[in-house]
Design a protein around this ligand. Structure first.
Ligand SMILES: [Fe+2]
Length: 437
């Protein structure tokens, strides 16, 4: 099973949810037997982020701040790690040199899109939590923070989400205060002038392997304890419900498209000498709006896109940004593959197609009983040789009383797609033949 070593300890989450989630901060020493990831792996992940940035992606995801500057630096390629840096230490040296020794802070949001291993491990981390709480309506994200900054450059602040911070390398210190502590002292917020209140702070300090947690309503700031601490923060449980916000956006766009013609070029009909007649025009527009609302409620495309969004949310465990698919690779007859039963291929049946989703990526395939049988077989989690699956399932079946064929190549192509989405992984040997049940 993928990432099993990053399964949360048994019974951890019910206790955590009851006593800490959304309530108070905590440091959990050595949460896993080994750190969630290493500095070497993060360096490679950030090289991927750098490639994405150079290709025009990852914009807005990196924030870079030089000590004693009043605002963030404009990010360019030089702010990212380069292969010649060889390591995060090399990256830190180059950046420090370019800043003439001034300290710096850098954060990379949506890091899970740059390192699929991290996405899979964090998914496993969240699995036990969501088993206890349900999945938050807001999205999750993973942020790498690195640097030798003295204090978080943007000062005392609150994030819009709860924060699980894995200390990957070095030591990390966070000072935190409950929401109400700064009531009446608002001038301190978003500044570095918190010294008079320092003694009242809850101090969260951890080293490599430790996990720090603080709820979304806590004011906090990071302080240096030396070196270049490296952390990965998973933000989730935002009080903002971005899922419903997206739903209303879709709905309003759908209605807007329907009534746009009703208002013409931004003008309503008006005869100033016959205002009553002009006022009578309103029911016409209202009627069109009413029709648009009725049509939107029956809009199968809108309903379908919401269902797909829901499938992707489930299959991505709440990450909106997910790693891109692997380049498609041919699956040979002798390859052996399996699905992790913790993360089955999800699908819904809509009209003449199945919409499948794995790791936040949805795709459609023609609805056919043979395809359904294959998906059900794969979701049993047995290691199967591709040839065995093709021998067993390729053939014909009745669809609307007509014999319809599904070829070996059709099935192979579906499995190749699933492999590229990391739903299907290659394994060494089959430990079970394809069952006949
Ligand atoms: Fe923060």
């Amino acid at each position: 099973m993928m990432s099993a070593e990053f399964t949360s300890p048994t019974d951890f989450w019910p206790h955590f949810v009851e006593h800490y989630l959304g309530q108070r901060p905590i440091v959990i020493k050595q949460f896993y037997a080994r750190p969630l990831t290493t500095a070497e792996e993060v360096f490679k992940g950030l090289l991927t982020a750098s490639e994405q940035f150079r290709a025009g992606g990852h914009r807005g995801a990196i924030k870079f701040h030089t000590e004693r500057s009043l605002k963030y630096d404009e990010v360019t390629e030089k702010h990212f790690p380069e292969p010649d840096d060889n390591s995060l230490d090399g990256y830190a040296e180059r950046i420090s040199r370019s800043l003439n020794g001034r300290r710096f802070f850098v954060s990379f949001d949506r890091y899970q899109t740059c390192d699929a291993r991290i996405y899979l491990r964090v998914r496993e981390f969240l699995r036990g939590l969501y088993e206890t709480t349900g999945i938050p309506a807001s999205s999750s994200t993973a942020v790498i923070v690195f640097g030798n900054y003295e204090k978080t450059p943007f000062g005392l602040h609150r994030d819009n989400a709860g924060n699980f911070t894995f200390v990957l390398d070095g030591r990390k210190r966070i000072l935190a205060w409950p929401d109400e502590y700064f009531s009446g002292r608002e001038d301190v917020l978003y500044s570095l002038d918190y010294e008079p209140f320092r003694d009242d702070a809850i101090v969260l300090e951890g080293q490599s392997g430790d996990l720090l947690y603080w709820p979304p309503n806590y004011w906090h700031i990071a302080e240096s304890v030396g070196g270049f601490p490296l952390t990965l923060s998973v933000g989730n449980f935002s009080p903002e419900n971005d899922a419903s916000a997206k739903f209303f956006k879709k709905l309003s766009r759908s209605i807007e498209q329907r009534v746009r013609g009703a208002v013409g070029a931004g003008l309503y009909p008006l005869n100033p000498n016959q205002l009553q007649e002009s006022a009578d025009q309103l029911p016409l527009l209202a009627g069109q709006l009413s029709t648009a609302l009725r049509e939107a409620s029956q809009d199968t495309q809108l309903a379908q896109s919401l269902r797909i969004a829901w499938l992707n949310r489930m299959s991505s465990f709440g990450f909106q940004a997910v790693p891109p698919p692997l380049p498609q690779s041919a699956l040979a007859d002798e390859d052996v593959c399996c699905v992790d039963t913790h993360y089955p291929i999800l699908w819904l049946h809509a009209d003449n197609e199945f919409v499948c989703s794995a790791n936040g990526h949805a795709f459609s395939i023609t609805a056919h009983p043979i395809v359904l049988q294959l998906l059900e077989q794969l979701n049993k989690g047995e290691s199967c040789r591709i040839k065995c699956l093709l021998d067993k399932y390729a053939g014909t079946a009745l669809v609307n009383n007509v014999e319809v064929a599904v070829t070996r190549e059709d099935l192979r192509s579906i499995m190749e797609k699933l492999w590229s989405l990391r739903a299907l992984t290659r394994t060494a040997q089959p430990h079970a033949s394809v069952s006949t049940s």
